[in-house]
Every structure is written in structure tokens, then in C-alpha cells.
Design a protein. Structure first.
Length: 322
């Protein structure tokens, strides 16, 4: 009997141990797989959020840089505005002076000479008076020589005054042209510079905006790729752990079956031993009882005592090896 009990207990314990080990391993597999999935699910939003924040910061920085560049150009344009205005005014004045009848398009005349030589009349009068006084002192007043001297003086004075006045007129006009033209050129340079600054600032703002937007988009794309890879890897790992859990369950079932098979095998062996080793024991009591009339009872009492079933118990013990 102890061998049968031991076999049964061993089979039950072995089967239970196999199932318990399989359940523990299955639980560990499932826990590990779910832990990885949970970790991926936890970190992916952080990656996406961080990428979105970084992208927004980059784009905002590009926008700010572009705005600052445009603002700086506007400030520079405002600083150049007086030069631009003065240049525009000078250009208009120069254009008007060059128009017919303008200051730079008026022919030089005697009237112009008079205006350019305000002391000419006084000098002429003083010269004529000097010639007349000299002629009077010499008693030649009204003479042909005196008239000739007066004519020569006036001609020389007029020629010299004309040349001087024309030179002054030319110099004045040249100076006027140069001043107006120089101021107009400064205004044109200022306008060109302002336009260039505004154009460059606009181009910089556009380029910066496009570049930072592209960087921001790349950050978001990279984050999406990373989270997708994390999710895929976690799910692959989860699938592998589920396969492992299934294998562990199967191994546990196989181990339990083996334990039960071992127990049943032991029980079969014990039964065989019982039947084989107990055959004589089963027949002896009956044989003894069948030979009661021939003194069989005395044989039973001699071999097994007074209990006719003692041989049966002894046979079982022999069959179980007890």
C-alpha cells in the first residue's frame, strides 16, 4: 500500500508542480511583454511632445529672427529717410533747373552780366570821370583824343567785366548743378541701400521661416518614426513573450501528463506485482477451506494462524513489496 500511495501523491505533486511552474513562467512572460508595451506607450507621448515642443521652438525662433531682421531693416530705412527725401528734392530741383528757362538753361546776356557785376556801372562812371578830368586838365575836353580814350576805356572795362561775369555765371551754375546732382546721388544711394536692406531682410525672413519649418517638420517626422519603431518593437516583444507563454503552458501540460503517466505506470506495476505475487495467497485460503474435511484447517492455522484471510493480506503485501 505505501507504494501505491506514494505513486499517487507523487503524480499529483508532479502534475501540480508542472502546472505551477508553467503558470509562473507564463505569468512572467505576460508581465514582461506587457511591461515593455506599457513602457513604449509611456515614452512615446513624451517623445512626440518633446519633438512637437522643439519643432515649435525652432519655428518660433525662425519667425522671431525674420521679424527682427525686417524690423532692423525698417529702422535702417527710417534712418536713411532724410537722405532719401533730400535726394528726391534735389533731383526735382535739378530737373526743374535744366528745363527750358530754368536756372541752368538761361543764356548769358548783358542783363545777366549786369546782375553778375553790380559794380560795373559805378566803375564805368568813375573811369569816365577820370578820363574827363585828365582831358580837362590838359585842355583837351571834347577833343577827339578824349573821345577815343573814353571809348577805349569803356571797351576794355566791358570786355573785362563780361569775362569776369561769364566766368562767375558759369561757376555759379556749375556749383548749383554739382550741389543738386551730389545731393540727388546721395538720395539715390540712400534709397538703393534702404531697398537692399528691406529686400535682404525679407529674403532672410523667408529663408529662415522655410528652414526652421523644415527642421520642425523633420523633428516631428523623426519622433513619429521613433514612436512607431518603439511600438513595433514592443509589440514584437509582446508577441514573442506570448509565444513563450504558450510554450511554457504546453510544457507544463506535457510535464503534468508525464507525471500522471508516471503515476499510472507505477500503479500498473504495483497492480501487476500484486496479481503476480499474490496468486498463491489468494488460492491458499480457499484451498485450505476446500480441504477442511481433509484437515485443511490445521494447515491454515499452521501457516497463517487462526485468521483464514491472513494469507490474503500477506499476499497483497508481497505483491506490493511491503
Amino acid at each position: 500500500m505505501p507504494s501505491i500511495v506514494t505513486s499517487i501523491i507523487g503524480g499529483i505533486q508532479g502534475s501540480s508542480a508542472a502546472h505551477n511552474a508553467a503558470n509562473s513562467l507564463t505569468s512572467a512572460y505576460n508581465t514582461a511583454g506587457q511591461t515593455v508595451v506599457n513602457a513604449a506607450n509611456a515614452v512615446n507621448p513624451t517623445i512626440t511632445s518633446a519633438a512637437g515642443t522643439a519643432a515649435n521652438n525652432v519655428i518660433a525662433a525662425g519667425t522671431t529672427a525674420g521679424t527682427n531682421a525686417v524690423g532692423t531693416a525698417a529702422t535702417g530705412t527710417a534712418a536713411l529717410s532724410p537722405y532719401t527725401t533730400a535726394g528726391s528734392t534735389a533731383a526735382n530741383n535739378l530737373s526743374a533747373a535744366l528745363q527750358p528757362g530754368g536756372a541752368l538753361d538761361t543764356p548769358f546776356t548783358a542783363q545777366t552780366m549786369a546782375s553778375m557785376s553790380p559794380g560795373y556801372q559805378f566803375e564805368q562812371a568813375q573811369g569816365d570821370a577820370g578820363v574827363q578830368r585828365a582831358a580837362a586838365a590838359a585842355g583837351l575836353t571834347g577833343s577827339g583824343g578824349t573821345m577815343k580814350a573814353l571809348s577805349a576805356y569803356n571797351q576794355n572795362l566791358a570786355s573785362t567785366a563780361y569775362q569776369n561775369a561769364f566766368q562767375d555765371y558759369t561757376t555759379q551754375n556749375q556749383n548749383l548743378f554739382n550741389n543738386l546732382n551730389s545731393q540727388a546721388q546721395q538720395g539715390q544711394t540712400a534709397a538703393t541701400t534702404a531697398a537692399g536692406m528691406n529686400t535682404q531682410a525679407s529674403e532672410y525672413a523667408g529663408t529662415t521661416g522655410v528652414g526652421t519649418t523644415e527642421v520642425g517638420n523633420n523633428l516631428n517626422v523623426q519622433a513619429a518614426n521613433t514612436t512607431a519603431q518603439n511600438t513595433l518593437s514592443a509589440n514584437n516583444y509582446l508577441a514573442n513573450t506570448q509565444v513563450g507563454a504558450g510554450q511554457a503552458t504546453a510544457q507544463g501540460d506535457i510535464g503534468a501528463a508525464n507525471a500522471w503517466n508516471g503515476m499510472l505506470g507505477s500503479l500498473g506495476t504495483a497492480g501487476n506485482n500484486l496479481v503476480t505475487g499474490g496468486t498463491g495467497m489468494f488460492t491458499n485460503p480457499f484451498a485450505a477451506s476446500s480441504s477442511v474435511g481433509n484437515g485443511g484447517m490445521s494447515n491454515i492455522s499452521t501457516g497463517y494462524g487462526i485468521d483464514p484471510f491472513a494469507g490474503y493480506v500477506a499476499g497483497m503485501n508481497n505483491g506490493l513489496g511491503g
